[in-house]
Design a protein around this ligand. Structure first.
Ligand code: PEP
Ligand code: MN
Length: 632
């Protein structure tokens, strides 16, 4: 059952309650929400559940109806994030685990690791103990395999995911592994589940070959009940009457399980299909279905793999899959971050160096799209600081008050955010990264409010424009302009008026604990905003593939053409060209140009020299890595 504590509970009441509950011999989990504190009581309580409501300080008692308690969303409404070093499974960035089925030899394993790492994998898989159907098949290298995996981690920075098949491997697992995989065949090996619960490392719990979702969640409950809450569920296909594929991938499990539990869910398209050419389509579908990540088998010589060769992707196929996921992810509100591990390592350095403040700035309030962009670029818990407006934010980054800032620069429907382009011209800062966010607008109301009672709606005027079609079908609504989307939700909350609503992101609704009255009300669903990360100093090392420039040219025929000719001759792709008036010179313009190249790469020195020659004013706004590296 769940005890919701009353807001006015006194210290003495709380102590008495704790004492009473402890005497029940139950497991207690306290969850501190923004609005209320709840205590999950798991186990068999001695008294009638109505009794607990009479204890002073208890506001409400809610029974947990499901047989699984600790994994249930009833007890833990927010999504859980499982951390493996710097990698957050269940956050806004997809976690892709890749590697061979089994560790075969050192050279080959390191080679596969390097290639999956360069394509964006953040954790490495490889079995050292292989549970095989036949006792005559390859059984894994044991500790020798674990040593090779440890070498992979050391060289590439990827954490290691490997299967444990028996509780007596606990010491080895403790020594070498970052994520313990419990395989499909062992999902109901209760001694093993209890053991991984006690080991306390993150666990990847595969769904059993013929396990129902409830049995799978009960298996997770075993691990949580040992005190280990770091469990990631993995759908890997179930046994059905269909024999064409090795198993039948139950993708429905992803949204079903996400609704029932707070635990992250990933998909294994390799074991689910057993056929290489079916792996990428199902992997793409899994991400579209809302999975938090994937575990994919990749091998550089699958024809000679010791196990599961026919379902292992070639590295090139994996690379192509990752490029597809990079495009799909923003559509479902996530990112595939090619610089995931580099960002974390650089932020650690910033943090320990403390040459500058480690904080990252955004304009607006929590739950805003800028806030979401920060989380998607920097990971789950970036040390954020909010500023009232863009001018203050730019100032803070320039003064070194914060290390970096994230600002919107362009929307796919409404065009450039000129204020920020002007600020980029004015300040001595660099663009060090970029990110694209899909903008989904929702009508948000109080919990219990209904659409037909709404009379007034708050949001940014541009958002009313973007939701025109929906708003036209409610002509009587009074539309009231707010500074931004998230602050419109704050205003709604403070007013406590059930006839009011706001338009903002799902995150804003969640943050302010409001309800979604209608999802996805923007007229055009292809609504994306591009954000840039600004900094005084360089951020990520390594190759760059995009540059942003500002320049002006002389007032004579062909002067802009001559600059564009330089790009054309060098086969440099231009991805943006826009003019902005120069404030002090009426009818003269600055050109904002984005190109797909590193303008400061020594091999392009002549491009840079010629551009400087042909322009009157020339400024490099930044050069950075955008998305995947080009395929050779
Ligand atoms: C594996 O990941 O290599 C494996 C054996 O998976 P499963 O337990 O899902 O069959
Ligand atoms: Mn396998």
């Amino acid at each position: 059952m769940i005890l919701v504590l009353s807001k006015s509970i006194t210290r003495e009441e709380r102590d008495r309650l704790d004492e009473e509950l402890r005497s029940e011999n139950c497991m207690l989990r306290e969850i501190q929400g923004v609005e209320e504190t709840i205590i999950g009581v798991v186990g068999k309580v001695k008294k009638d559940i109505r009794y607990y409501e009479t204890i002073p300080g208890v506001a409400k008692v809610i029974p947990i109806t499901k047989p699984y308690k600790l994994v249930s969303r009833e007890l833990h409404p927010q999504d859980s994030v499982v951390y493996v070093g710097d990698v957050a499974i269940g956050g806004d960035r997809l976690v892709i685990i890749a590697g061979p089925c089994g560790v075969e030899d050192r050279i080959r394993t390191l080679d596969i690791a390097r290639s999956v790492r360069s394509c964006g994998a953040v954790l490495f898989r490889g079995g050292a103990f292989k549970p095989r159907t036949s006792p005559y098949s390859f059984q894994g290298l044991g500790e020798e395999g674990l040593k090779i995996l440890a070498e992979v981690r050391k060289e590439t920075g990827m954490g290691i995911v490997t299967e444990m098949v028996s509780p007596n491997q606990a010491d080895l697992i403790m020594k070498y592994v970052d994520v313990v995989q419990v395989g499909a065949r062992n999902m109901q090996n209760f001694e093993l589940l209890k053991c991984v619960g006690r080991i306390g490392k993150p666990v990847l719990l595969k769904r059993g070959l013929s396990a129902t979702i409830e049995e799978w969640l009960m298996a997770a409950e075993y691990i949580l009940s040992e005190g280990n809450e770091q469990v990631v569920l993995c759908e890997r296909g179930i046994r059905t009457f269909e024999t064409y594929t090795r198993n039948t991938l139950d993708l429905t499990a992803v949204p079903v399980v996400k609704k029932l539990t707070h635990l992250p869910v990933i998909v294994d398209p390799s074991h689910a299909t057993g056929l290489r050419d079916k792996v990428s389509p199902m992997a793409r579908a899994a991400i579209a279905a809302g999975a938090d990540g994937l575990i994919v088998e990749v091998h550089n010589d699958p024809a000679n793999a010791a196990s599961d060769g026919p379902q292992s992707l070639y590295p090139e196929q994996f690379e192509q899959l990752m490029r597809d996921l990079y495009v799909i992810a923003p559509v479902v509100g996530k990112q595939l971050d090619y610089a995931y591990l580099e960002k974390a390592a650089t932020l650690h350095k910033l943090d320990s160096g403390r040459q500058v403040s480690e904080k990252i700035a955004y304009a607006g309030v929590p739950g805003s799209f800028s806030h979401k962009a920060c989380v998607q670029f920097f990971g789950n818990d970036p040390p954020l600081i909010s500023y009232k407006n863009f001018t203050d934010l730019f100032q803070a980054v320039e003064n070194g008050g914060v290390s970096m800032g994230v600002v919107p620069i362009e929307n796919s429907l409404t065009g450039s955010i000129h204020e920020n382009y002007d600020l980029l011209l004015k300040h001595d800062l660099k663009i060090v990264g970029e990110l694209t966010l899909r903008v989904v607008h929702n009508l948000i109301g109080h919990k219990g409010a209904s659409l037909d009672r709404i009379q007034r709606v708050y949001s940014h005027p541009q958002v009313f424009e973007q939701c025109k079609r929906f708003l036209e079908s409610h002509p009587r609504w009074d539309l009231v302009a707010s500074k931004d989307t998230a602050s419109s939700v704050l205003r709604l909350k403070e007013n406590k008026d059930f006839s009011e609503a706001a338009i903002a992101s799902k995150e804003a609704a969640e943050f302010f604990q409001m309800s979604l009255l209608k999802e996805g009300i923007e007229t055009n669903p292809r609504n994306f905003t591009r954000f840039v990360v600004i900094s005084k100093n360089d951020f990520l090392k390594g190759p760059k593939n995009k540059s942003s420039l500002i320049y002006s040219v002389s007032d004579k025929p062909g002067s802009l053409y001559e600059t564009l000719q330089i790009f054309a001759e060098k086969q440099i792709n231009l991805v943006k060209l826009e003019s902005r008036p120069i404030h002090s010179k009426p009818w003269e313009y600055m050109f904002y140009v984005d190109v797909e190249m590193d303008i400061e790469d020594p091999c392009c020195r002549d491009v840079l020299e010629r551009l400087k020659e042909k322009t009157e004013f020339f400024k490099i706004l930044g050069n950075y890595q955008k998305g995947p590296k080009p395929v050779d």
